[in-house]
Design a protein around this ligand. Structure first.
Ligand code: ADP
Ligand code: MG
Length: 265
């Protein structure tokens, strides 16, 4: 059932109800509470739904639990309280492989394999052709210096992945996700290590990829998420505010004050 995730949607024949369309890629957090250590809760009763193909944004101060939500969905840790569903299935009941093949994540701190750039990009889709890899690299604005590594990968197996700067690693992770084009995309401050111009160059390919996929985006700069279908404002592991950008700036709350602060800069 879960490996059908590759399809955007599927028509199934429901007994007595005729054909119904099942959307793929829905994400649900139901009353999730979580702590890395038993004595300290990091997420408190977090509930939200990302409908298939929609984008939600997570914002909030550093340490509020945004990355923890991403890590839980990718199952770096298991939740004991509440549950996380993908397409209605508890992620604890599906294999890591099928979960991770449906989800692409650009983590906040990218760790690459100790291998060539090409290997690291291709890890998103092992059957990719050279042309696919180069296209993904371009989409991530990987400049010629790194592309040379890609082109010369056969002789470059070594520590390339480890020798890159933070921003270069981030671009490799973005290229990997572009190549994988997964059903569900998780972007955790995916462009935070990049300069403004590079960020702009990449934003377009990210937007294109996310347009009809289920997306969770953690953003520091609010201007990048104003079009999200829903914005969740976290503080100390709790969702304090939620809604669309226009709604939230009209309220006298955390989001409106974050927005004003960023406008002032
Ligand atoms: P955000 O992404 O919103 O900045 P995180 O989800 O990364 O916040 O972290 C939330 C809280 O969990 C922070 O207080 C952080 O110190 C703590 N934390 C993160 N990872 C771990 C870990 N592996 N062990 C213990 N505490 C952690
Ligand atoms: Mg974070």
């Amino acid at each position: 059932m879960f490996d059908l995730l590759k399809e955007d949607q599927e028509v199934i024949d429901a007994p007595g109800a005729g054909p119904i369309v099942v959307k793929r890629g829905t994400v649900e957090f139901n009353n999730v509470s979580f702590g890395y250590l038993p004595e300290k809760l990091i997420l408190k009763n977090v509930t939200f739904t990302v409908p298939s193909g929609k984008t939600i944004a997570l914002v909030g101060p550093s340490g509020s639990g945004k990355s923890t939500i991403i890590r839980l969905l990718f199952r770096f840790y298991d939740v004991e309280t509440g549950n996380i569903l993908v397409d209605g299935q508890n992620i604890k009941t599906v294999t890591q492989d099928s979960l991770r093949s449906a989800i692409g994540v650009v983590p906040q701190d990218t760790v690459l394999f100790n291998n060539s750039i090409r290997y690291n990009i291709k890890y998103g889709r092992l059957t990719a052709t050279d042309a696919d890899i180069i296209e993904a690299a371009r989409g991530a604005d990987i400049h010629d210096k790194i592309l040379t590594f890609v082109d010369a990968y056969d002789t470059q197996v070594g520590e390339r992945g480890l020798r890159l700067s933070g921003g270069e690693k981030q671009r490799v992770a973005i290229a990997r996700t572009l190549l994988k084009a997964p059903q569900i995309v998780l972007l955790d401050e995916a462009t935070s290590a990049l300069d403004t111009q590079t960020e702009r160059n990449i934003q377009e390919s990210l937007n294109r990829m996310c347009a009809n996929r289920t997306t969770i985006i953690v953003a520091h700069r609010l201007s990048t998420i104003i079009h999200a279908d829903e914005i969740l404002v976290l503080q100390d592991g709790e969702i304090m505010e939620r809604g669309k950008h226009e709604h939230l700036i009209g309220q006298d709350g955390i989001y409106a004050s974050m927005w004003r602060q960023q406008l002032d800069k």
